[in-house]
Design a protein around this ligand. Sequence first.
Ligand SMILES: *Cc1c(COP(=O)(O)O)cnc(C)c1O
Length: 365
Amino acid sequence: MSAEFVNKLQRQHLAELVPYQSARRSMSGGSTWLNANEAPLTPAFPEAPEWNRYPSFQNAALNQAYADYAGLKSEQVLSCRGSDEAIDLLIRAFCEPVNDAVMITTPTYGMYAISAATQGAAVADCPLIASADNSLQLDVASMLQRLRDPQQPRVKLIFVCSPSNPLGNLVDSGALEQLLAGVGQQALVVLDQAYVEFIEQSSAQVQISDWLARYPQLVVLRTLSKAFGLAGLRCGFAIGQPEVMDILRKVIAPYPLPEPTISGATAALSATGIQSMQAQVAATLEQRARLLEVLQNKAWVEKIWPSATNFVLISVADAPAIVQQCQQAGVLIRNQSSQPGLSPCVRISIGSAEEMDRLFEVLPA
Ligand SMILES: *Cc1c(COP(=O)(O)O)cnc(C)c1O
């Protein structure tokens, strides 16, 4: 299916825009580089790995490594400073201030609405609804209805977080496909998969290349911040049709990723890097099982939300009291009660065995 329609969805002034032609982007090869006002070496680190040079605009080895890991082609991949930057780039590229909107489904990850507000785009909320999995799921009918409402700002991007942060559950694959098919060429569906490594590997949401081939309106966000344990490096990926990546390349900074990030991320995506990530995911899932067992025996826990992630959301009578009691003992957990549609609740990330032992010591009896 052709992705030509995305050129009509982008902000129209971008169709004409020629991106900044940095030295690294406009010229390659050569052996004597005197075209970027760089220093001949780094005085503080004379042995440093070429830190005197601007990094490449998009590192081919890194994008290929992620493409290999995720079963994609490298032209479907754009690397950026965490998936938070990808959210921002999408909104900057597709949403006019005021007249265009992003759709979100609360409770959901907060950055979609914040990035939209930063760019002056409208936010259309179609809250999740109670579901058979004892959690919340997409209300596809009302999402499609809002998409087609000509009286309101035009929805260009639909952000779906699966598995959900802060809920922890996987969005139903059938509902997602229904949404993708229903959206047609009217908008892009942005599937935020920050936690994909923690879900069942048999899920249709893991091998995302099948859906990308069938649904050209799909954009996927991935990150090395969670399962790969590289939140400090700032590396994430936008994945989608090459036409969408071309549009995002117009708005991304000329040198988005620092060199240490490129080399660290590429190493993390080597065969041994992936193996050690998988071992840590397995250990995290064991610790999650321990946490669930502990929580099941606490009278003050009103509900344990189903989790396909490295965190567990629980409903409690008095969220601030529990957060504070833990904090006084030096253990930080997060109050999520201010999320629209959620009763008092706290979110607990799964740490090492020792960190979980410490948590169990300080949780109320
Ligand atoms: C953590 C998180 C992100 C941000 O990831 P970075 O790659 O570190 O920017 C994006 N989306 C969701 C749902 C997250 O939980």
